[in-house]
Ligand binder design. Sequence first.
Ligand code: CP
Length: 293
Amino acid sequence: MSKHLLDFKDIEKKDIEKLIDVTGKLNPEKTDEISSISLLKFDEPSTRTRLSFSVAAYRLGIKTFESSDITSAKMKGENLKHEIETYKSMGIESLVIRTKEDNIDEYRKFEDISVISGGFGTSSHPTQAILDATTLDKFNKLDKDTPVVYIGDVKHSRVFESGRELFSLLGKKVGVFTHESFLPDDLSNIEVLNSWDEVLETTEAIELLRVQKERIKDLGDSDLDEYINKYQLTDEILDKASEDLITLHPMPMNVGIEISEKASLHKKFKYKDQLSFGVPSRIASYMYVMEKI
Ligand code: CP
C-alpha cells in the first residue's frame, strides 16, 4: 500500500519531526537516487512548488512528466479512477497534484500510487508547511512557547490550513491578525489578535499571506486603502519590533498590499531562507512517501 502526503490528518508527530529534520539538514546535491516515475499535475499556476518538485525529482533521479486537466482526457469526462488506473499502467508511482478543487479525499483512497499535495483548494499545502516549520526551526522559533501569527487572507489560505495542522501536532500555538472577513471559519485553538501592537507583544514569528485583489470585495465596507492602512506590514512596524522577530511569506507576494516595498527588503523578513528549503522539503516529501526516511 502506497503512502500519501496529502495533509497532516493521518501522520504521526515523529514523522513530521523527521520531515522537518531531513528538510533542514539534507544537501540536495548529495541524495541517494530513487529509480521511479512521477507525474506532476498542476491545474493552477505555480512557480515555486512545481519547479521545486521538478528539481527535487531530478536530484533524486526520479523521472518526471507533466500533465494538467486541460491537456488530459478529463476534458472528455473521464473519471478519476480511470485516470489513476491509466497512470499506474504506465509505471507512474507518484503524483504531485495542485488543484483549485477541495477534493482531497477522492485521492486518499488510492492504494497503489502515492499522492503528494502540491496545494489542494483552500485545504492543504503540506510541503509549504514543512518548509515554513523548517525555517522557524532554523531561527529557533519552533520550540518557543509563542504563537506563529498568520496575517492576510487566512480564510482562503491552504498555507494556513496545513500550517495549523502541522503546528497543532507539534504543540505549537497559532494566532491570526486580520480583517474579520478573512478570519477562518474554525477558530478553535487559534488566538485572535487585534492590532499590530498586540502582534509584536505576542510573537517572534509572523507568516504573511497573500491578499488577492479580487478578494478585497469580501471586506464589506472596507476598501483596499483601509485594508492596507490597518494590516500592511511596513518597515516602521519591523523597526519597532524586537530584534528576535522574523517574518515569513510563502510567496507569491503582492508588494504594496500585504507588505510594503521597504518591508520586503527588511532584514527581519526571511523569505529567502524559506525559499532555500523549497527543494529540500520536496526531496523529503518524495523520500517520505517512498519510505526512504
Ligand atoms: N508558495 C507557493 O505555493 O508558491 P507557488 O504558487 O509559486 O507554487
